[in-house]
Design a protein around this ligand. Sequence first.
Ligand code: 13P
Ligand code: SF4
Length: 341
Amino acid sequence: MANSTDATVPNLTEELLDEYADLGESLKARIPCTEWNFHVPWIHAIRELKRKRNAVIMAHNYQAPEIFHTVADFTGDSLALAQEAANVDADIVVLAGVHFMAESAKILAPDRMILIPDVEAGCSLASSITAAEVRELRRRHPGVPVVTYVNTSAEVKAESDACCTSANALQVVEAMGTDRVIFIPDRYLGANVAKQTSVELILWEGACEVHERFTANQVNNVRIQFQAKVVAHPECPPDVTSAADFVGSTSAMSAWLKREQPSRVALITECSMADNLRVEFPEIDFVKPCNLCPHMQRITLPGIHRSLRDLTSEVHVPADVARRARYALERMLAIGRGEKV
Ligand code: 13P
Ligand code: SF4
């Protein structure tokens, strides 16, 4: 088992299994024994490489449990990862998530080496809009500020007045202090924010390929069939969020579970979210539906190991783009701290 041709990955031995027995036990609700035996050598090798290279791993809440619960040093939603990137104290950061998250980390921590295990880990929202299209929107709506969801490229952020995440979109929109805001690129997040504010939002046609597939019918069925509470991500269409008991970012979802302690819940979001929370909340029943994000799923333990071993793939952002994108990201962080911007 494991990679006998790679000197940095040990073979599976009884000794190694014993070393990780407690961790395996705590995860057995999500990772069956057969799979665990395959993961252990990679987990061990990654932990060794992290020490050797003074590296940390930041993992988004949608990362698979064998990554999220075993090798990650920081976990959270997009906002928490951006905040952590701004303060990180390590030579290398491996971003276990999608490309825009790694770019945000590079913009906020320019002196660190930022690695992403798979450069193809994209996002349908990030690919829905270009910097030229943002400039054209500004031309059509002169003087209207642009609030940009972090699920975008550095070039698009660089054209923006402020960034936001799903955790603070309403707060950032209202902090612009205008009657109208151009809100890009997620039309569903925008529509969900518009329900809560008197600010008029000019929207773009982007959507998350994972969340746009959920329907209000699914939400109503799961409630009747399983008598479950329903928690939805604000990237879902508005009829889905209207039918849910709670709507929030990935971290807000777990805070809601902690607070409300429902006996049964459906998380209308990416499937790994429930997989990770099952470990934290063993007394709660998690029921479907959920959808997988093909981009998040590109990140694997062998991929993280290769990234740390070979220092691939490093994320670079051109200096001028980084400077302007950093302004938009830092403005979001300042609004979150309650500063006048
Ligand atoms: P969060 O900011 O809620 O973590 O969401 C990021 C994301 O990509 C959801 O699809
Ligand atoms: Fe992008 Fe949707 Fe995947 Fe999140 S879940 S990374 S928004 S495609």
